[in-house]
Design a protein around this ligand. Structure first.
Ligand code: TXA
Ligand code: MG
Length: 315
């Protein structure tokens, strides 16, 4: 059995990671949101390895990462609104779902055979350098086993996927800490498919109109992978807790204390960056988890979305 390489985020190791990718191997890629499990998006076999490593129950479509907006526009068809959002927020924690271009060369498994494609230009310098050196699009879902908490450190990637990933570029903890905001722009009004690291309010300010809400629970083919219990710790999780019940591990926020806190000062940006790490720690503790109330504004929307999924009953 080969060991997973932990690579420093420097020029030579990044070249090595790009070579692994061109051989169809999987690489743990730091991004500003969460660590991604990257593979060559043009190779059906490489993309299949992602599903295999994550043990995804279904072939949900993946986000395709591009080095810049021009490269993204070679893959998807950008409407005026898509272009406005790309200009305003790329590189950054925003994913745009647009029509897939004919002959774009993306493996159909990466888009789950849909006529649309989810595109993102990440801001993390290591992700950008890896994309530049690799010279092609990278499919990269979060680098965790399906149904588990997303990774915000290289350690989380190794703990979850172990030797199923050839190498991990270790660039330290992710600054944003929750996945990208996903906006659907392929027909109809712009739709908030997934709240995430870019507040919806900022997107609405650029569009000059409100985003439509995603259809309930998102189990339709237009956005699979949004199953309610997607971000599950092993233990039961209770939201909006003012205090722990006996035997609960408490994650505080602001004034509400706990065994841990998302942000003692009530800062939503800090809370997003700490969320998955706090859930990983709680998971290791083993007790049931209680989480303090988090306001439903700005990044609080993404935080509460992930907490609702973690709290959802599952079979
Ligand atoms: O921050 C992020 O977005 C991270 C980092 C690694 O970039 N990536 C990530 O990818 O969260 P993933 O595969 O875990 O999430 C993909 C989401 C799924 O909910 C999927 O259903 C949705 O994007 N998606 C992908 N293609 C789609 C499409 N054509 N239409 C609608 N939703 C799509
Ligand atoms: Mg994920």
């Amino acid at each position: 059995m080969s060991q997973t390489l932990i690579l420093q985020p420097e020029a030579e190791p990044i070249c090595y990671a790009a070579m692994l990718l061109s051989q169809g191997r999987l690489v743990g890629m730091p991004t500003e949101t969460v660590y991604g499990l990257a593979a060559d998006a043009r190779s059906g076999a490489a993309v299949a390895a992602i599903y295999e490593a994550k043990e995804r129950p279904a072939f949900n479509p993946l986000i395709i990462h591009a080095p810049d907006a021009d490269a993204a526009a070679a893959i998807g068809v950008f409407t005026d609104e898509a272009r406005a959002l790309a200009d305003a927020f790329w590189p950054g924690p925003l994913t745009l779902v647009v029509e897939l271009r004919d002959g774009a060369g993306i493996a159909s498994l990466a888009t789950a055979g849909l006529s649309t494609v989810a595109l993102r230009v990440p801001a993390h310098p290591v992700a950008r350098e890896l994309l530049r050196v690799f010279g092609g699009p990278l499919a990269a879902p979060s680098a965790n086993p399906s149904g588990r908490i997303s990774p915000t450190t290289a350690r989380h990637v190794l703990d979850g996927l172990g030797e199923r990933v050839a190498a991990v570029l270790d660039a330290g903890p992710c600054a944003v800490g929750v996945e990208s905001t996903i906006i659907g722009l392929a027909g109809g009004a712009p739709t908030l498919l997934r709240p995430g690291g870019l507040p919806a309010e900022e997107i609405e300010a650029v569009l000059g109109r409100k985003l439509a809400a995603a259809p309930a629970h998102h189990k339709t083919p237009s956005a699979p992978g949004q199953l309610l219990s997607h971000y599950a710790p092993r233990a039961r999780l209770r939201m909006n807790a003012e205090a722990p019940l006996p035997g609960e591990y408490m994650i505080g926020f602001g004034e509400t204390p706990g065994d841990d806190t998302l942000s003692a000062s009530g800062d939503l940006t800090e809370a997003a960056a700490r969320l998955f790490d706090a859930l990983h720690r709680a998971d290791r503790d083993g007790r049931d988890i209680a989480v303090a109330p988090v306001p439903e504004t700005r990044l609080g929307r993404a935080i509460n979305d992930r907490l609702r999924r973690a709290a959802a009953p599952r079979g």
